[in-house]
Design a protein around this ligand. Sequence first.
Ligand code: NAD
Length: 399
Amino acid sequence: MSKIEVKPDGTLVVPHNPTIPFVTGDGVGVEITPAMQQVLNAAVEKAYGGSRKLDWMEVQAGGRAYEALGTYLPDETMQAFRDYHIGIKGPLTTPVGGGIRSLNVALRQGLDLYVCLRPVRWYSGVVSPVKHPELVDMVIFRENTEDIYAGIEWETGTPEAKKFYRFLSEEMGVKKVRFPESSSFGVKPVSREGSERLVRAACQYALSNGLPSVTLVHKGNIMKYTEGGFKRWGYEVAEREFGEAIASGKLVIKDCIADAFLQNALLKPEDYSVVATLNLNGDYVSDMLAAQVGGIGIAPGANINYATGNAIFEATHGTAPDIAGRNVVNPCSLILSGVMMLVHLGWTEAAACVEQALERSFAAGYATADLARFMPEGKALGTHEFAEHLVSEIMKAEA
Ligand code: NAD
């Protein structure tokens, strides 16, 4: 077992056999997690011939944790993600009833994983609902800890909702609530610090990956101090900390109102590269862009704190109970999240092995049924068989 260390500036020191905590996940997690591990292990073996190895360490969360331990998110799991810094997880069943609203939100907030990173690109051979999916090549930086997702809301009719409305009307002079008696209320905190660290991470990513622009997507025309604040603070931090790159034309900072962005991303996706946005906008934008390149079955994601070095890579879809246990689920979302993890560790050769194997498989029509059924020469493979196919593609590739 070897721990990844984090330097004071947030960069990682990765040993040759880092311990990686993983959560199998519920539902289809049981199928996609071993598939992801099998493919990553093969890629690491192929790229480094045994001199590097991922040392997997299972930790519990979700429905399986609840059944075994009576809690959805054991403290040991949070501690393992803190101690080992980099982990990966399958999808988790959201607990029904009080307590934790969403395990994913609890993990993100508990570890202060302020960036939800979602790269979106198209793979040749994958059928898409748009004419030119190859023009979609974006990386979304979604703010993960603030906004309306902070979970500060009160249900209509409760004493808290009444008290909140009394405060609004009596102390703040708010007269604009249309139906105060039957309103629920939510609060949308958006801070300068939260906006700055997100936009800073997006600019750094653009520069270190040679990407041309960062677009701030916001609804500041309506929500002037929250979404408008995000835009203003975003421009300010970019100018202050990346002024030279901007002046030299290496980096362009621009902004777009969220509704216009949803149109533009369909009509002229080539205009956008790195996108930085708040939590709720980011949720919508990521799923729409994922659909443009072939759907949630192949959309990867990660939640990252670039200061502490903590990051959890994850399947972006849910537990898919309707297809669980049938060996049909597409493991690519988690496999590609694993690829992101390899890149994050600096193991780019292994990451490239997986990407190339995927590219060759899709181009030849090999995929799970959700994708293969739309491919002209599609050959549908089961989840397990698809993972085996990727492993053989990785192993037979030229070094
Ligand atoms: P879902 O993503 O599980 O499924 C939506 C639809 O997409 C289903 O028809 C499913 O079969 C299909 N699908 C999803 N992933 C697929 C894949 N990899 N390959 C092929 N088809 C796939 O969303 P849902 O049904 O709304 O949620 C089910 C459960 O998952 C709920 O408990 C929800 O709270 C939870 N959830 C968890 C996460 C997470 O842990 N990241 C995310 C979303 C939902």
